[in-house]
Design a binder for this molecule. Structure first.
Ligand code: GLU
Length: 474
């Protein structure tokens, strides 16, 4: 039977899910799903100061919002410290690691000397072959890997191809510090091995680590997992994506009104493609995903493209699902609570749901949707924007007065009947439709632009509509 594919997403808790991390998680997830395998989640929480519960929760929250799940419980790297130390004991015993008693000052001096002589600054192997009986009293040693001095280490990368690193460039790096704590380099290898990871998929910034980690796998006599180092995400200007390009956390995109399905689709296309396909369902992505079509060059983040894609998903998502996403959005933004309170009344939720199909046609994000939906919950008499104020001239107000009486006569409050009634009124008065529709819009929504007025009349219902028209008429 073929080996079951196991990938892992291994974020360090930084306080939020970075958008690059989200994309790495997505690739791991898609790769595993495509193969019917598993994706595991490992929290690299060895930096105790940063690894607060809040920071871990933020990662989990970001992944959950994106709909990326993992198999089993998240694994804490910190909790596995004893196992990391055990692996080091194994390497000390088989001669692939050694204790080094150099003080930090000595190591610094070595580096300085190498630099002065024009060599790469690195540890010079002082304790590599020295007898441990020469160990100075009372000095806690670090443990270093006995890296091969000659030859080369090959990383056969699924994205970067065959990467050859001369071993002389990989010095005897530290596995455990003098206080006994394992380094990142060691912990990752031991965890990946014990978790049964078959494929390591992560950012290309980890490529040099891959060579060092390969040496550790070899030293422990373990199989090296397959590796795929994916290109980084750059900002529109070509520099590595950072705060100065705008938001970098998944939660910020949620607050900017993007839908998780749009985000997923957008992130999948950052570095991966399938022919000319731009809009892909989750099933399509799972079916099509593979490292063979992940490119090597950095992907540029294109906010406009994300916005357009989001607009597409807004329109394509069915109303009740969109309502759910909207509630999630509202739960994470300022002033959202007031709207959520309003929505919590069944009657209001029904009203919102009825209005959504019209609203979503015009909104690219949930922010825009919220703005254009605001007529639903704003209280009479409505505040008016500048455009609405301008529309509501004395003439417009008297039109509204007549319109009020006309619409009051509509027995069956349906979109068709209302349209017929408004049009008939305009014809009788020899007014252009806009002359009637614009004041109506301003009265009903307090805005100069809005969803279609018949949608608005239906969403608000007879009494509220007539009330708002009355408020603005003379
Ligand atoms: N914790 C590392 C990071 O957040 C990832 C380590 C790995 O994927 O091997 O960059």
């Amino acid at each position: 039977m073929a080996q079951k594919i196991v990938t892992r997403f291994a974020p360090s808790p930084t306080g939020f899910l970075h958008i690059g991390g989200a994309r790495t998680a997505l690739f791991n997830w898609l790769f595993a799903k495509h193969a019917g395998g598993k994706m595991l989640l490992r929290i690299e929480d060895t930096d105790r100061a940063r690894s607060t519960q809040e920071a871990v929760d933020a990662l989990v929250d970001g992944l959950s919002w994106l709909g990326l799940d993992w198999d089993g419980d998240p694994i804490s790297q910190f909790s596995r410290v004893d196992r990391h130390k055990e692996a080091v004991e194994q390497m000390l015993a088989n001669g692939s690691a050694y204790r080094c008693y150099c003080s930090p000052e000595e190591v610094d001096a070595m580096r300085e000397k190498a630099r002065a002589e024009g060599r790469p600054p690195r540890y010079d192997g002082t304790w590599r072959d020295r007898d441990q009986s020469e160990a100075p009293e009372g000095v806690a040693p670090v443990v270093r890997l006995k890296s091969p001095n000659e030859g080369e280490t090959i990383v056969d990368d699924m994205v970067q191809g065959r990467v050859v690193i001369p071993n002389k460039d990989l010095d005897d790096f530290v596995l455990t510090r003098s206080d006994g704590t394992p380094t990142y380099m060691l912990a990752v290898v031991v965890d990946d091995h014990d978790m049964g990871v078959t494929h390591i998929i992560r950012g290309v910034d980890h490529l040099t680590n891959a060579a060092r980690q390969t040496l550790i796998f070899n030293a422990l006599g373990w199989n090296v997992p397959a590796m795929a180092h994916i290109p980084l995400i750059h900002g529109p200007d070509g520099a590595k994506l950072s705060k100065r390009h705008g938001a970098t956390g998944a939660e910020a995109y949620r607050a900017m009104g993007y839908l998780p399905q749009a985000m997923r689709n957008y992130l999948a296309r950052l570095g991966w493609s399938h022919g000319d396909e731009e809009i892909m369902s989750l099933d399509d992505m799972i079916k099509w995903f593979g490292m063979d079509t992940v490119g090597q060059s950095a992907a540029r983040f294109d906010f406009k493209k994300l916005e357009n894609l989001n607009g597409h998903y807004m329109r394509a998502t069915d109303d009740s699902e969109l309502l759910d996403h909207w509630k999630v959005y509202l739960a994470h933004v300022e002033n959202g609570e007031t709207i959520l309170n309003w929505l919590s009344a069944t009657e209001n939720e029904k009203t919102a749901l009825a209005a959504l199909s019209g609203l979503k046609e015009r909104a690219k994000t949930l922010v825009e949707l919220t703005q254009s939906a605001s007529y639903l919950w704003r209280q009479r008499p409505l505040d008016k924007d500048e455009k609405a104020e301008k529309i509501l001239t004395d003439e417009a107000k008297s039109i509204l007065g007549e319109l009020h009486d006309t619409l009051n006569g509509v027995v069956d409050w349906t979109s068709e009947n209302l349209e017929t009634s408004v049009k008939t009124y305009a014809e009788e008065k020899e007014l252009k439709l806009g002359k009637v529709a614009q004041p109506l819009r301003a009265a009903l929504t307090g805005r100069g632009t809005s969803p279609g007025i018949y949608d608005v009349l239906i969403a608000l219902g007879r009494d509220e509509s007539l009330g708002r028209i009355k408020d603005q008429s003379v």
